[in-house]
Design a protein around this ligand. Sequence first.
Ligand code: AMP
Ligand code: TRP
Length: 321
Amino acid sequence: MTRLSGVTPSGHAHLGNYLGAIRRWAREGGPGDLYFVSDLHGMTISYNPSRLRKLARESLAVLLAAGIDQERVFVQSDLVREVGALTWLLECTCSYGEAARMTQFKQKAEGQGMVRLGLLTYPVLMAADILLQNATEVPVGQDQTQHVELARSLARRFNSTYGEVFTVPRAVMAPTAARLMDLSDPTRKMSKSTQDNAGVVFVLDDPDLVRRKITRAVTDTEDRLEYRPSSQPGLANLLEILAACVGRSPAEVADDFSGYGELKTAVADAVIEELRPLRTRALELIDDQHTLDKIREAGAERARERGAHTLTAALRMAGVG
Ligand code: AMP
Ligand code: TRP
């Protein structure tokens, strides 16, 4: 079995990325799994090149610092020739209508001055990431399941048109869909690309800043300390964060507190402790350019080799290469 997933360096990794995805990848990762920094996906809307390069390095350091084996990671753009070639084969397998139907495309295209063609074809690049590595399972959040469905359709269509070459992958959802909300607006998902960072805890924030952000979290006017996500979303979010850090359920942790001040202190302490080793290791790696570069090169080489046979076979079957 090969599980594969990616994290797009469109901003600094935050607590939601960590508790909802990266920590799980590190804990549950099997020997055949692959986790990568999808920097090519960070080019689909307006971006800054030097920031993208820096964030890609930082994201790789975060994956490693979270405990993902160095043999399981790579940076997508190091395979740009391979995924680029496969993307073209898959673009010629995908219909315009299929791509234009993607809800994320419709959402992201709205309000953009220039809609980049890459924003439309991005799910096809994602299919190339998946199919190049013969992934069987793709752990993703809800917003990405439609893209994994597209990868399945393209794999099946290519296989039946040109010959069996791709493994048909399936999306796997996190069992308890941890979805952390913004601390200053608990109706909004915690996100890398929010303009105002006051409610977003980044995994590399220093402990004082983490404490400040959590202390200022918006809570509700009711003082009942119970886990009730629909009527007290701010409180529920804090309880979920604490529960995820200590490995208990949100309703259970709620019983330990009688006031918000006490709860916020406990949440801040737990988050700071949870992030401390990750932050220390990631900062070390970011400073140690030589080690990080070597891990990156080895990861790229391994991923390239893994995908070589599938790419060669697919090109041949499609009548090119
Ligand atoms: P993204 O930040 O959208 O590139 O997402 C990378 C991974 O982190 C995906 O697997 C998401 O499901 C997960 N993720 C992103 N935001 C959150 C959040 N607020 N809470 C929980 N998981 C999240
Ligand atoms: N598109 C995913 C996101 O924005 C990241 C990603 C890129 C990915 N390629 C992938 C996830 C392949 C799973 C498999 O979150």
